[in-house]
Every structure is written in structure tokens, then in C-alpha cells.
Design a protein around this ligand. Structure first.
Ligand SMILES: Cc1ncc(COP(=O)(O)O)c(C=O)c1O
Length: 395
């Protein structure tokens, strides 16, 4: 059966995520993957979660296994809301909806706010999952260049003068793929621009807790006095990505409509995982887990940077993240990153080519993303050394 002709246009234009494709390769145990964005699995509190899960299934089976409410399991909603309150990211009148991973929260927010053909501004490069979600809703992606201290607000204002932007999607903390953090000045400037040119902002903050250097910067949501920010975050990077627990916080018709959109999407996020997470947050100190994660990622990041200094050609540039999971490298213009990746895979080292993070994925792109969270240190060194050898040959 030739199915191609039956596919919708909006699905046909999506390219498989390079990262998801990489996951397929990961079954080869010899591959050193600097590609994914997964947390260090040694940080999962598996034993505690196993005990809690068994207890819930034994003592509260009906709540865990029956249909639940769309906005989420109340104690988990409260726990998530309290985490957001701690960073002043809940305003009066705000509501929270638990989503099946933050990816769903972003997708529902875009679906709720953007009509076909309307413009959504994004940092370039940006998170491929969100770019694909915006594409799938037939919106027009408008790239705004990312500078060392966050999105270029000057360039963005030039764009705003000429183009009606309905929504800005931004990852201000330890951005994926760059690891870059936006300054408070730029966060304030974005809110000024949002007010002046009348657009809303999706603030995507799954990595905010994972700061291992420098000072915390207030969320855009915490600086917002007009209710322009839809705040999305996740438990994927601080508890477990497999539990698929994210959330959206905002107010009024937007959050009400996101809830209705979710009903048509998956009815609700599984109560079992929400209950397990709620009990974990009640019984254990997740901030201690986060402290440990920061320490582990800070050490691994510093170690990877050291290895890069040692093994990479001097003509490459890279970011120096203060948190999160990623370093972005820029090779001299004209470097064929796809060819580099092919060669590197022959040497059993995987990374993610930058083109997938661009609005126009066909344009030549000399960037690539490295992840330091998943591999142990000896593999980080082995991987960076092998990649360095390929780079010396090809750059
Ligand atoms: C920037 C960014 N936003 C959102 C997500 C989605 O997270 P979740 O696992 O909660 O769906 C990711 C996942 O890697 C991400 O990097």
C-alpha cells in the first residue's frame, strides 16, 4: 500500500527529529552518545519511586487507575504550583494545568494561540520539539538570532516594526541547544516589546533548576505585570523524563482554552505518575536531589569543556553554560557538519548537527550540539578525543 498520498500536508513537512533518530543508534552499546538530552540515569530516585508506586497501587488503586480531571491530580498541581511560586512565577488569577511532558504544554499553548499563517518568533537556534510543534500548527516561524546573552532584542524590534508577531517562544535559561542564558535586561526588554507590539510570550523553562554557576536570573513570568507570559516547565530534568510530567501556568481565557484543547488531545495526564510524583515531593526533599544534579552536571560540563580545550582545533568556538545540559559548538563557516557527523559515527561518537535547530533546516549550518549529562567522565573524554581527531581532519 502506498500511503504517502494520504498524509496531511502539515505532517509531511515535518522532518524526523535528528535527536529522536539518534535514539535509534543508541542501541549500539559501543556508541558514545554526546547527542541526547537525557538526565544522568544514576540520578533517578528509582527505589523510592518503586516503593511509592507499589503503595499507591495497593492503597489508592481507583484514583490511580480511573479517569481523572483534565487539569491534573490536585496534590500534584499544588506541588508544581508551589515550585513555581518559589520563583515568583505565579501571578494572582493564574491557574496551572498538568501536561504530559512540557512538550505537550508548549504544543497546546501554540495550538490555543496561533492561527494558520500567523507569525511566531523564535530564537535561532531553538529546541526542535517546539519548532516542529509550531510548524505542525501551520504557523510561520520567524527566526531571531541568539547572541551570547540571549535573543537579539535589537534585531527582534526591527522585525516587529515590519512583521505582525503573534507570539514569541523563548527558552531563557540554559537554552537548548546553546546553553545560553538571557540577561535580566533582555528579559525586561522583551516584556516592553510585548506590550508595545502586542504579542504574548511562551517562556519555556525546563532547565532553570539546573544552575551550577553564576547567579539566578528572574523568570520573564516573574517580571510580567500585564499577564503576557505563558509559563511552561517540567519535571523531566529534575525527577524523570519517562514519567512525562510538565505544566503550564497562565490566566484567563488562555489557560481555560488550553484545558479544553487538552481534552481533545489526551483527556488528562496519567494520574498514576502524578500521584507517584506528588508522594515523592511530599516525602522526600527534591531540592536535595536538584543540588546533587547541579553538582554532577557542573562537574561533567567543566570536564567536557576541559577536554574540548585539549582535543578540539582552535578554530572552533563554543559556549560556556552556567547550567542545563548542553554546549553548542560553532565550526568555521563552510564546515560540512553532516559529513562530520557521518565520519564521527564511524568512530562511534554521536552528536547532534545544528541544522535541526534552525528554522530553515536546509540551509548550511556550521553548528553542532554536545550533551554532557548522560555519559560518564571516561566516555566524555574518549568521545571528545575521537571527535577532536575527526575535527582536526575535516575542519
Ligand atoms: C527546551 C525544552 N523544552 C521542552 C522540552 C520538553 O520536555 P518534556 O520532557 O517535559 O516534554 C525539552 C526537552 O528536552 C526541552 O529541551
Amino acid at each position: 500500500m502506498e500511503y504517502e498520498k494520504y498524509l496531511s500536508d502539515k505532517v509531511k513537512k515535518l522532518k524526523a527529529s535528528a535527536i529522536r533518530e539518534m535514539f535509534k543508534l543508541m542501541s549500539d552499546p559501543e556508541i558514545i552518545s554526546l547527542a541526547g538530552g537525557s538526565p544522568d540515569p544514576s540520578l533517578f530516585p528509582s527505589e523510592a519511586l518503586a516503593e511509592i508506586a507499589a503503595d499507591i497501587l495497593k492503597n489508592q488503586p481507583v484514583t490511580a487507575l480511573q479517569y481523572g480531571t483534565t487539569d491534573g491530580y490536585r496534590p500534584f498541581k499544588e506541588a508544581a504550583l508551589n515550585r513555581a511560586k518559589k520563583i515568583n512565577s505565579v501571578a494572582e488569577g493564574d491557574k496551572i494545568i498538568i501536561t504530559t511532558g512540557e512538550q505537550q504544554g508548549i504544543d497546546l499553548a501554540v495550538k490555543t494561540l496561533v492561527n494558520e499563517g500567523e507569525c511566531v518568533a523564535v530564537e535561532q537556534p531553538s529546541f526542535v520539539g517546539s519548532l516542529n510543534s509550531i510548524r505542525a500548527h501551520n504557523a510561520v516561524l520567524v527566526p531571531v538570532e541568539l547572541e551570547d546573552d540571549g535573543i537579539s532584542t535589537d534585531r527582534f524590534e526591527e522585525i516587529l516594526k515590519e512583521t505582525r508577531i503573534k507570539l514569541l517562544y523563548t527558552i531563557p535559561n540554559f537554552q537548548n541547544p546553546s546553553g545560553i542564558t538571557m540577561t535580566i535586561e533582555k528579559r525586561k526588554k522583551l516584556l516592553e516589546l510585548a506590550s508595545k507590539y502586542d504579542f504574548l510570550i511562551i517562556e519555556d523553562n525546563p532547565y532553570g533548576d539546573l544552575r551550577f554557576a553564576g547567579e539566578d536570573v528572574p523568570t520573564i513570568k516573574s517580571l510580567d505585570t500585564e499577564g503576557r507570559v505563558i509559563y511552561c516547565s517540567s519535571f523531566s530534568k529534575i525527577l524523570s523524563p519517562g514519567m512525562r510530567l510538565g505544566y503550564v501556568i497562565c490566566s484567563g481565557a488562555v489557560i481555560d482554552r488550553i484545558e479544553i484543547a487538552k481534552q481533545a488531545n489526551d483527556v488528562h495526564t496519567p494520574f498514576l505518575t502524578q500521584m507517584i510524583a506528588a508522594a515523592y515531593l511530599e516525602k522526600y526533599d527534591i531540592d536535595k536531589d536538584i543540588e546533587r544534579a547541579r553538582e554532577v552536571y557542573g562537574r561533567k560540563c567543566a570536564f567536557m569543556l576541559e577536554c574540548m580545550e585539549k582535543y578540539f582545533p582552535k578554530s572552533l568556538k563554543w559556549t560556556h553554560p552556567e547550567g542545563g545540559l548542553f554546549i553548542m559548538c560553532t565550526a568555521p563557516e563552510g564546515t560540512d557538519i553532516d559529513a562530520l557527523l557521518k565520519e564521527s559515527l564511524k568512530n562511534k561518537v554521536a552528536f547532534v548537527a545544528g541544522s535541526g535547530f534552525m528554522v530553515d533546516q536546509e540551509k548550511p549550518c556550521s553548528m553542532f550540539r554536545l550533551n554532557y549529562s548522560t555519559m560518564p567522565e571516561e566516555k566524555i573524554e574518549k568521545g571528545i578525543k575521537a571527535l577532536g581527531e575527526v575535527l582536526h581532519k575535516m575542519v
